[in-house]
Write a protein that binds this ligand. Structure first.
Ligand code: T5A
Length: 219
């Protein structure tokens, strides 16, 4: 971890490839914290504020003009800078928990490991434009073929069309997965790897155990 980043114990993030089950796990964490009387803010990236959501549309929309990898990286960080200042920091300052669907680890995995952009540049952007790092990150690790089956099932049900990044090939998502796992191996204290190949109920149960264990360590 970059030592210049401020660790935020009440900032929890969920990471992983497409279709790993982050939405369900996020709801389980939120419900557990609310049941314990905690103030909780749930949010997502890219997005989380009106401006950042507009940037999300630019990032995920399937347009005619191919997006340059650096343009993609800088837009991710533009959205994140806005999100941190408008939503994440104020919530943490008032003592709330922030549960965020994706955060800076996604930029290291997608733009760094998968697109091949300079990790040093990503670290600089993180230092200048973000400044904070989560106390706990749950990495929902899933085989790329299984993930493809899940998102395809969702597409066939008409729930969503593949966005610009989802339309990448399997080799891209193999690099994303390897990038996340490498970060988890480097920061085992912060990043807990969960087996997202299990049933949704089991993944949510594992996430709740990880949260309970983390809160015990914090106390
Ligand atoms: N991105 C993001 C970057 O490139 N860099 C960055 O810095 C950031 C922040 C975001 C995109 O942007 C990229 C990454 C992404 O490509 P998004 O729509 O938010 O776009 O993408 P995802 O976060 O991947 O959203 P998904 O909805 O695809 O993933 P989830 O939330 O992990 O999956 P979920 O819960 O919606 O589940 C998908 C389907 O699988 C089923 C669900 O029911 C659902 O149908 N499912 C399971 N089925 C059986 N067993 C399980 N355990 C299941 N878990 C889920």
């Amino acid at each position: 971890m970059n030592p210049e980043l401020q660790v935020q114990p009440r900032l929890l993030t969920l990471e992983g490839g497409e279709g790993a089950g982050k939405s369900t796990v996020l709801a389980a964490l939120r419900d557990a914290l609310l049941a314990d009387g905690q103030d909780v803010v749930c949010t997502r990236e890219p997005g989380g504020t009106p401006l950042a959501e507009r940037i999300r549309e630019l990032l995920l929309g399937v347009g005619n003009e191919p997006m340059d990898a650096h343009a993609e990286l800088l837009l991710m960080f533009a959205a994140r800078a806005q999100h941190v200042v408008q939503v994440i920091r104020p919530a943490l300052v008032r003592g709330a928990w922030v549960v965020c669907d994706r955060f800076t680890d996604s930029s290291y995995a997608y733009q760094g490991a998968a697109r091949g952009l300079d990790m040093g540049l990503i670290a600089e952007l993180e230092r200048h434009a973000v400044g904070v790092t989560p106390g706990l990150t749950l990495l929902l690790d899933l085989d790329v073929t299984r993930a493809r089956e899940r998102t395809r099932g969702r597409d066939l049900l008409g729930e969503a069309m593949p966005d610009r990044i989802e339309s990448e090939r399997d080799a891209f998502f193999e690099r994303v997965r390897a990038g996340f796992r490498e970060r988890a191996a480097r920061e085992p204290q912060r990043i807990r790897v969960l087996d997202a190949g299990q049933s949704l109920e089991q993944v949510a149960a594992d996430a709740l155990l990880a949260l309970a264990d983390y809160r015990r360590r914090l106390a």
